[in-house]
Design a protein around this ligand. Structure first.
Ligand code: BES
Ligand code: MN
Ligand code: ZN
Length: 506
């Protein structure tokens, strides 16, 4: 059947820029300045107050704005100020002002400006010092948060209900220091938007073939190499575990390989591997109906790899990077895997499939074996792998597992910098016992206890030949809820930051 849905969402991403100068003289539809609790003015608020002969202070004195975090006040046509509107944004207590408060303030500002008719805005919140963070961090985060707040996914609606009017956003900063931050933040925002588009596209449109066409299109735009292996090619490679999951669907599986050769020839690449189950019904071990509609997000790992490549292309990093995305559906069908089936992975290790819903590890294990051929400097896989991860950590950090402490620390540092955080989990041998099988080399599930950990332990058996890390992003890649469900674009920020830092170390 032909789908009458456009192949790709149109790019209405906001245009960011750096603005310098005296705030009162800068023309815009809306200038946004911060105010701390107890009516302490930020530098820009102070400048605007002075230029308008005390109008900001008067507004505060009236009690209309307290500086409480989350509060905003819109003032119009103030004398002596070039901007048509002044939006004051409460920053909370000055001594408690940290990363979360900063991000919330920027997001709140975008939302409040979005409720006006302003078509562009000048955000001066970027001038406020955030703990030990540098000026370019402020700018990068502002671009990421603004990109996030302005993101819409409305290509599946017959009419967009709330298209953003805000097209251009300027950030007030000292231009030299800020340019690098803007470039990185912009690239990350664009990568996230692509990952979100792919995640939000429903599974009747976002099929394995669709992901392959999106990867090819991206490769054409940025000059990446792209190879798409079909079922026959995967059979030749012996990917018996991956293909066993794909058997239950009539949509053919694909194995996508993207390459960015930005580094020296022969330099060991970083390999990113992303789980892309375009729909996970559980297979014969069928999932219960509640929330099954969210299982189109089970390709978020693969979406994040493709999104990270977009950012990589935008930044043109001097680094060799390989992206591997095994993609298929997990459905119940006459051909599907059945509980008790035993398959042979590309590594030669055999797997007893005790639960067909533990399919992510079955497709990733063959991708991890395939990754060996690149003699990688490091392999990082990303997967919405387990519901148990959400129980353990909730929705704030992704779970980080690694067989190499240096790699784990590099990822932790990048995650902290990008504010796309992770929490390290154990990969102890003790847990490996839960994967024992009487009939095969291993079982594909380890029981209820420590479900995210035993899933990672399963993957570790296929990642012994290189430094490897695994991110369980089941709690972070998307949000649930009838009206609020949607992809977050995580962990694109962390991946891109990690690659940026790797480039800096060469
Ligand atoms: N895609 C799911 C994991 C998942 C569940 C992600 C909920 C996001 C939200 C995965 O394929 C899965 O079904 N895992 C099973 C493993 C179990 C059978 C050992 C799970 O977590 O229940
Ligand atoms: Mn599953
Ligand atoms: Zn799954």
């Amino acid at each position: 059947m032909q789908e009458s849905i456009p192949m790709s969402a149109k790019d209405n991403s906001p245009k960011f820029s750096i603005k310098t100068g005296a705030p009162e003289n800068l023309k815009s539809d809306c200038i946004v300045a911060g105010v701390f609790e107890e009516s302490r003015l930020s530098a820009t608020a102070r400048a605007l107050d002075k230029a308008s002969k005390g109008r900001i202070a008067a507004a505060l004195k009236s009690g209309d704005m307290t500086g409480r975090a989350g509060s905003t006040l819109l003032l119009r046509e103030l004398p002596g100020i070039a901007a048509a509107r002044v939006l004051l944004v409460g920053l909370g207590k000055q001594d408690e002002f940290a990363e979360k408060a900063y991000r919330d303030a920027v997001a709140g500002a975008i939302k409040a400006v979005g409720n006006t008719a302003a078509r562009d805005a000048l955000i001066a919140l970027t001038e406020v010092k955030v703990g030990k963070r540098s000026a370019d961090w402020n700018i990068a985060q502002a671009a990421i948060v603004a990109g996030d707040a302005l993101y819409r996914f409305d290509r599946m609606k017959s009419r967009a209900d709330n298209p953003p009017k805000l097209g251009g956003i300027g950030f007030l900063a000292d231009s030299a220091a800020a340019a690098k931050g803007l470039k990185q933040g912009n690239a990350i925002a664009r990568g996230m938007a692509l990952a979100r588009d792919l995640g939000n596209t429903p599974s009747n449109v976002c099929t394995p073939a669709y992901l392959a066409s999106q990867a090819r299109q991206l490769a054409r735009s940025y000059g990446f190499k792209c190879k798409v292996m079909d079922k026959a090619a995967c059979e030749k490679l012996g990917m018996g575990s991956f293909l066993s999951v794909a058997k239950g669907s009539d949509k053919p599986p694909v194995f996508i390989e993207l390459r960015h050769d930005g580094g020296r020839k022969g330099e060991a690449p970083i390999v990113l591997v992303g789980k892309a189950i375009t729909f996970d019904a559980g297979g014969i071990s069928l999932k219960p109906p509640a929330d099954m509609d969210e299982m189109n997000y089970d390709m978020s790992g693969g979406g994040a790899v493709i999104g990270a490549f977009r950012a990589l292309g935008e930044l043109g990093l001097k680094l060799n990077v390989v992206g591997l995305v095994p993609a298929c559906e997990n459905l119940p069908d006459a051909h599907a895997n059945k509980p008790g089936d035993i398959v042979t992975s590309m590594s030669g290790q055999t797997i007893e499939i005790l639960n067909t819903d533990a399919e992510g590890r079955l497709i990733l294990c063959d991708a991890l074996t395939y990754a060996e051929r690149f003699k990688p400097a490091a392999v990082v896989d990303l997967a919405t792998l387990t519901g148990a991860c959400v129980i353990a950590l909730g929705h704030h950090p992704s779970a980080l597992y690694a067989n190499d402490d240096k790699l784990a620390q590099a990822l932790e540092q990048a995650a902290d910098h990008a504010w796309d955080r992770v929490w390290r989990m154990p990969l102890w041998d003790e847990y490996q016992e839960q994967l024992k099988s009487g009939l095969a080399d291993m079982a594909n599930i380890g029981g209820r206890a420590g479900g995210s950990i035993t899933a990672a332990c399963f993957l570790a058996r296929f990642a012994k030949r290189y430094p490897w890390a695994h991110l369980d992003i089941a709690g972070t890649a998307y949000r649930s809820g009838r009206e609020s469900k949607g992809s977050t674009g995580r962990p694109v920020p962390l991946l891109v930051q990690y690659l940026i830092e790797r480039e800096g170390q060469r």
